[in-house]
Design a protein around this ligand. Structure first.
Ligand code: C2O
Ligand code: CU
Length: 713
C-alpha cells in the first residue's frame, strides 16, 4: 500500500475508534448494555487496528508517525485499557443481568466516564494530526492532554455529585495546560519578535527550536527504503564540523554564525555588462498593466498583463547572448517583479521582492540583465503577490536556443493556464489549429503556469519527451499512449516528425490544446509512428479523435524514462549539508497571526528557519509530504538532481529539475551544488500554498539583503 493510502487508512481507523468509544459511552448512559458492549468490542478492534496502521506507516518513515507514536497512540492505548478494565466487566455483567436494577448499573459514572474518556483520547489523535501535525512538540502535547483530562473531569462532574480528588485533578490539568501554553507560545513570541529583515541571519533561536524538534532519524522507519537514508543521515550531520560549525542535526546549518562574516549585499550579485564572445545583447521592455484581453474565441477577460497581452511577450535568446529586460509598472498597485523561473540568474536579478529588490511600484522600473547560459524552455512571472499576480496573467515564456542551432520545422510554446475557469494555451481558449507538412520536425513546449498539475496526452503520433524543465533528457525513447503529468511551474518539450494524419494535444483529458493537420506538400520523410521499440504504455489504439481512449492512458513515470548518464554527483557522494523539509498542514504563526498554514517542519513563513549554505557545498535536500495536498517544490537559482523518490533512484535519464511534484506520502531526495551565491526562495509552487506559509529562504553565508527581508509571495 502507498504511504498516501496508509495515511488515509490510519485516519479512518482513528475516527472509527473515537466514534465507537464515544458511542459505547453514550449507549451505556442510555442504559443499553448490549449496544454498549458491542460498540466497546468494535472500539477495541479499531484501537488495535490504529496501532497496526501506525506501525505500517512507521515503515514509510519517522516523519509519518512521529506525533502518533509519541502522543496519540500511547494516549489511545492507555485510555482503551483503562476503559476495558473498569467498564468492561460491569458492562458484561449488565448485559446478562435479568433485573432492571442490574441493567441500570450500566449507566453509572464508573462505566460511562471511562468509555467516553477513551472516546476523547481517541479523538485527540486526528485533532493532533490536523491541527498540529509535524513535528510533535511537548507544549502542544501537554495542551492536548489537558484538554482530554479536562473533558473527562467535566463529564465525570456532570454525572456524579462527588468526584474523588476533583480539586487536585483540576489543578493538575490547569497546570499542564499552562505549561503547554508557555512551551508553545514562548518560542513563537520570540520568533515573532524577530523582524523579517533579521530573519535571514538572526533566526538562531528559532533554528535551535527547530533543531531540537527536527527528525532524529529513522527511529521506527529502518524497514523502508525511504526511511533508511534519513536513519543513516542523522549521525553524519557533523560532517562539516571541520569548518568550525556547531553541527549536530539536520537544521544545524541555521545555527551557524553566518552573519559574523562581513556581509556582501545580494544587490552585488548582478549580471554582466557584455554578452559572451559571439553573443549579442537582446533588449526588451515589458510594461506591467491591467488590461482587458481578448481570447481567441472573442471572450474578454480582465487581466494583469505585460504589454497588454497574456501571456506577456515571449523573451527569446541564443546561448551566449546578454538578456536585458527593462520592467516598467504602469498601474499594478500591488507592485511587480520579474522572476526567471528555472533560470539560474545571479541572485540580484532573481526578482524576489523584499529579498533581492523592492517590488516595482506604479511608475517605477527595474532593469534585469543576465547571460543566457542555459538553453531550453523557461518562463518568467511576477513574484510580488504572485498567487494573484500570476493567476491574473503576469507571466510569459522565456526560451533560449542552443548556439548555432538553425530553426527548422514547427516550434510551438504552449503556456497552459486557467483563466476565469477556462484552460487556455497562450491566449487560445479554443484549440490551436495548424497545418503542418508531413515530415516536418515539430517541437511542443508545454509550460504549466497554474498552481496544480496538468495531465497532457499527445495522440496521433509517436513522440519523444526530449527535455524537462529546460534540461535535455538522456536517451528519451519513443512514446505513445502515455499520460504526461506536468507539475505546476514545470516544462516538458515534446518532439516528433509530423505524420500523415492529425496530431492532437489534450490537457486533462478534455481540453483540446493543439490540433495539427497534415497539409498536402509533404516532404515524404518517414514518420516515427511505426518505429520499432516504441514505449507503448497501454494497448489502446492511437487515435487522434478519441479523447476517451486517451483518458485511460497510463501516466509516464519520469524516473524510468530514458537512459542513464553520468552525473557530477550521486546519492553516494559526500554531502556538506543535508536539509529535511517535512510538508504538512497545521496551526502555525504566519506573518503576525496564527493561521491554518501549509507548514514546513511545523512552521510557516516567515518563521521557517533559513537554510544556510557555503559556496561550493554539495547539498542534499529531502522533501517529505505528510499532508493531503500535492506540493510542487521549487528552489530558485539552482537546478536539482533527483537522487530518489520513495527510496528508489531513477533508472532512466538523470533528472535535473527546478520543480518537482511531491505528492501525498512521497519522499524526494534531491541534490544540488551551491554554486550560485546569493539569497534564494525555496518554496511550494502552488502559489496559494506559498502564500499560506510554505516557503523559506536558502542563504549563502555572508550574503545580506538591504531590503526588509520579508517576502509577500
Ligand atoms: Cu516560479 Cu518562486 O517561482
Ligand atoms: Cu504546496
Amino acid at each position: 500500500m502507498t504511504t498516501d493510502r496508509l495515511m488515509a487508512l490510519d485516519l479512518l481507523v482513528s475516527v472509527l475508534a473515537a466514534a465507537a468509544w464515544a458511542g459505547a459511552g453514550a449507549a451505556a448512559a442510555a442504559r443499553r448494555p448490549r449496544t454498549a458492549a458491542a460498540l466497546m468490542a468494535g472500539a477495541m478492534v479499531a484501537s488495535l487496528a490504529r496501532a497496526g496502521s501506525v506501525l505500517a506507516l512507521a515503515g514509510a518513515g519517522w516523519w509519518f508517525v512521529q506525533e502518533k507514536v509519541t502522543v496519540a497512540l500511547p494516549l489511545l492505548l492507555t485510555a482503551s485499557v483503562v476503559a476495558a478494565v473498569t467498564a468492561g466487566p460491569r458492562l458484561l455483567a449488565a448485559s446478562h443481568a435479568a433485573s432492571a436494577a442490574g441493567r441500570d448499573a450500566v449507566g453509572s459514572p464508573a462505566v460511562v466516564v471511562p468509555l467516553l474518556g477513551a472516546g476523547y483520547a481517541a479523538a485527540a489523535g486526528p485533532v493532533q494530526t490536523f491541527l498540529l501535525g509535524y513535528p510533535a512538540e511537548p507544549g502542544s502535547a501537554l495542551i492536548l492532554l489537558a484538554v482530554v483530562a479536562g473533558a473527562v473531569l467535566v463529564t465525570w462532574r456532570a454525572m456524579a455529585p462527588r468526584v474523588p480528588l476533583l480539586r487536585a485533578a483540576t489543578a493538575a490539568t490547569v497546570a499542564a495546560a499552562l505549561a503547554g501554553g508557555v512551551l508553545t507560545f514562548l518560542p513563537a513570541t520570540t520568533a515573532g519578535a524577530t523582524t523579517p529583515g533579521a530573519a535571514l541571519g538572526a533566526t538562531t533561536s528559532e533554528a535551535a527550536t527547530a533543531e531540537a524538534a527536527s527528525p532524529g532519524g529513522g527511529v521506527l522507519g529502518d524497514g523502508a527504503p525511504a526511511a533508511a537514508a534519513p536513519a543513516a543521515d542523522a549521525p553524519a550531520e557533523g560532517g562539516h564540523d571541520m569548518r568550525g560549525h556547531a553541527a549536530s542535526a539536520q537544521m544545524s546549518a541555521q545555527t551557524s554564525t553566518q552573519m559574523s562574516a562581513p556581509g556582501r549585499p545580494v544587490t552585488d550579485f548582478r549580471g554582466p555588462a557584455e554578452p559572451a564572445p559571439g553573443g549579442t545583447v537582446r533588449r526588451f521592455t515589458l510594461t506591467a498593466r491591467t488590461a482587458t484581453v481578448t481570447l481567441s474565441s472573442g471572450r474578454k477577460v480582465a487581466a494583469w498583463t505585460f504589454d497588454g497581452q497574456v501571456p506577456g511577450p515571449p523573451i527569446t535568446a541564443t546561448q551566449g547572448d546578454l538578456v536585458e529586460v527593462r520592467l516598467r509598472n504602469a498601474d499594478i498597485t500591488e507592485g511587480v517583479t520579474l522572476h526567471w523561473h528555472g533560470y539560474d540568474v545571479p541572485s540580484g536579478e532573481d526578482g524576489v521582492p523584499g529579498l533581492t529588490q523592492e517590488a516595482v511600484p506604479p511608475g517605477g522600473e527595474f532593469v534585469y540583465r543576465f547571460l543566457a547560459a542555459q538553453t531550453g524552455t523557461y518562463w518568467y512571472h511576477t513574484h510580488e503577490v504572485s498567487d494573484i499576480g500570476v493567476r491574473m496573467g503576469l507571466y510569459g515564456m522565456f526560451v533560449v536556443a542552443p548556439k548555432g542551432s538553425a530553426t527548422t520545422g514547427v516550434d510551438l510554446t504552449l503556456p497552459v493556464h486557467t483563466f476565469a475557469g477556462t484552460t487556455v494555451a497562450g491566449d487560445h481558449d479554443q484549440p490551436i489549429l495548424q497545418g503542418v507538412a508531413p515530415g516536418t520536425p515539430v517541437r511542443l513546449r508545454l509550460v504549466n503556469t497554474d498552481n496544480t498539475p496538468h495531465r497532457f496526452t499527445l495522440a496521433g503520433t509517436v513522440y519523444r519527451l526530449v527535455a524537462v524543465d529546460g534540461a535535455d533528457l538522456s536517451g528519451p525513447g519513443p512514446l505513445s499512449r502515455a499520460g504526461l503529468r506536468l507539475p505546476a511551474g514545470g516544462r516538458y518539450d515534446l518532439a516528433f516528425t509530423m505524420p500523415s494524419g492529425p496530431v492532437v494535444l489534450r490537457a486533462d483529458d478534455r481540453t483540446e490544446v493543439v490540433r495539427l493537420t497534415a497539409t498536402a506538400n509533404g516532404t515524404g520523410h518517414a514518420s516515427e509512428t511505426d518505429a520499432p521499440g516504441t514505449q507503448h504504455t497501454s494497448d489502446n489504439a492511437t487515435d487522434a479523435g478519441d479523447a476517451a481512449a486517451a483518458a485511460g492512458w497510463p501516466e509516464l513515470d519520469l524516473t524510468r524514462y530514458g537512459t542513464p548518464a553520468p552525473t557530477p554527483y550521486t546519492s553516494r557522494s559526500r554531502f556538506d549539508r543535508r536539509f529535511t523539509l517535512v510538508l504538512d498542514r497545521g496551526l502555525a504563526l504566519g506573518d503576525g497571526l496564527p493561521i491554518y498554514a501549509h507548514t514546513i517542519n511545523g512552521r510557516a513563513y516567515p518563521h521557517v528557519p533559513t537554510q544556510v549554505v557555503r559556496e561550493g557545498d554539495l547539498v542534499r535536500l529531502t522533501v517529505v509530504n505528510r499532508g493531503r495536498d500535492t506540493h510542487p517544490w521549487h528552489l530558485h537559482g539552482h537546478r536539482v538532481l533527483v537522487l530518489a523518490r520513495d527510496g528508489r533512484a531513477p533508472t532512466g535519464s538523470p533528472l535535473w529539475l527546478d520543480t518537482f511534484d511531491v505528492r501525498p506520502g512521497e519522499v524526494w531526495e534531491v541534490a544540488f551544488r551551491a554554486g550560485n551565491p546569493g539569497l534564494w526562495m525555496n518554496h511550494c509552487h502552488n502559489l496559494s500554498h506559498a502564500d499560506l506559509g510554505m516557503m523559506l529562504h536558502l542563504a549563502y553565508e555572508g550574503v545580506t539583503t538591504p531590503f526588509h527581508g520579508g517576502h509577500g509571495g
